[in-house]
Design a protein around this ligand. Structure first.
Ligand code: KG4
Ligand code: ZN
Length: 356
């Protein structure tokens, strides 16, 4: 299958074409991040307006006259008769692309205004080109950065454990197969990325907080401030980062002379220790064969290094950086393995969609 996917759940507008779940043909990503930097956080109304502006240019970038749409695939929906068989997609690539056979789109979780732009665009494309439309959960997509990075080898070694760390979610997902997923741990309050963003704001580092804070942390001492490790009981696989953020706020107020780099490094050290510790506990409890890292915080260098080294000899699948923060390639890959198309006219955005 060759899938054209759209991802518009938050402040990135992304399109990608992926062949057989593992081969990226082309992708394009636009972001409204600079506008949110001015306000110190995402303003949903601004994000969705930018989605509307970016969606067609991003689509245009992945499409090229060399590529065709294969609308000969049977599909049991209201849209039986091909209306158009246009010769549109995709940008020239070193890989010989096959015709697009399906459209995929993120339907949630995310910001409703942003999601709607991708969902309505995907519905229009599927309906007009007479292609199946596969709805995808954004967090499921984050798991599949590993498939795009490591390929078919990922189809073995079950059960697996996925640590998903993004701006809105922090979850441990036990995978018995592609289709048998079980959430075995999650944050009780703030997500890891949210904690990075809020801490960065307190330290005056600007948005996006994660990359800014981790850059500053490089020159700090990670053991300078002994922040408490949240929910540090051996049988607890849940996370909590809101108290840690308050501890950082209080510490900064009470010790205004302290080097900000030391505060950043100590904060990052504590979050990463919590993520690595819980992942190691869950991996042992469920005797998994390998661990997958996914989500925007998977771009964090300390997390990447410590997860790999502290879970050894277990294999940890660390995705390429380009598949960590939001992108449409992982949505296309997830759609390949969860190929459950529904009638385009029935597809709906769901801002609070759960992974199940
Ligand atoms: O997955 P993602 O791109 O969007 C959501 O689905 O939320 O994740 C964005 C989050 C933001 O909170 C951002 O600060 C965080 O990922 N992030 C990082 C790093 N790069 C992005 N956090 C820590 N270190 C990084 N290098
Ligand atoms: Zn995400």
């Amino acid at each position: 299958m060759t899938i054209l996917a759209l991802e518009t759940s938050c402040d990135e507008t992304a399109a990608a074409i992926v062949q057989n779940g593992i081969t990226l043909i082309t992708q394009s990503i636009a972001t409204s991040m600079p506008l949110h930097a001015a306000t110190g956080g995402i303003v949903p109304e601004i994000a969705s307006r930018q989605q509307s502006l970016f969606i067609l240019p991003v689509l245009q970038e992945v499409l090229s006259p060399q590529f065709t749409i294969d609308s000969s695939q049977p599909r049991g929906s209201a849209n039986q008769n091909p209306r158009h068989q246009p010769s549109i997609p995709i940008r020239p690539s070193t890989i010989n692309p096959q015709p697009v056979t399906a459209i995929a789109v993120t339907i949630g979780p995310g910001l409703i205004g942003s999601l709607l732009v991708g969902v309505e665009t995907a519905k229009t494309l599927a309906y007009t080109w007479n292609l199946p439309l596969i709805p995808v959960n954004h967090m499921l997509g984050h798991i599949y950065g590993a498939w795009l990075t490591f390929g078919r080898d990922m189809d073995q070694h079950w059960p697996k454990l996925a640590l998903l760390v993004s701006g809105g979610h922090t979850e441990l997902i036990l995978m018995h197969s592609h289709h048998e997923l079980q959430k075995v741990g999650q944050t009780l309050d703030d997500a890891a990325g949210e904690a990075f963003d809020k801490a960065a704001k307190i330290l005056g580092l600007g948005y996006p907080g994660g990359p800014n804070l981790s850059r500053l942390a490089e020159s700090g001492n990670p053991t300078a401030i002994p922040f408490p490790l949240p929910l540090n009981q051996k049988n607890n696989l849940n996370f909590s980062f809101s108290g840690l953020k308050t501890a950082l706020l209080n510490y900064s107020r009470e010790h205004p002379q302290t080097n900000k780099a030391d505060i950043a490094a100590s904060f990052q050290h504590t979050i990463v220790t919590s993520l690595v510790t819980k992942t190691r506990l869950a991996a042992a409890k469920y005797a998994v064969k390998e661990v997958i890292l996914g989500g925007g915080v998977a771009a964090n260098t300390l997390l990447r290094e410590r997860l790999a080294s502290e879970l050894r000899p277990l294999t940890v699948r660390i995705p390429d950086l380009k598949f960590t923060t939001d992108n449409a390639a992982v949505i296309a890959s997830a759609a390949h393995y969860h190929n459950h198309p529904i009638n385009p006219l029935e597809v709906q955005a769901n801002p609070s969609l759960e992974l199940s």
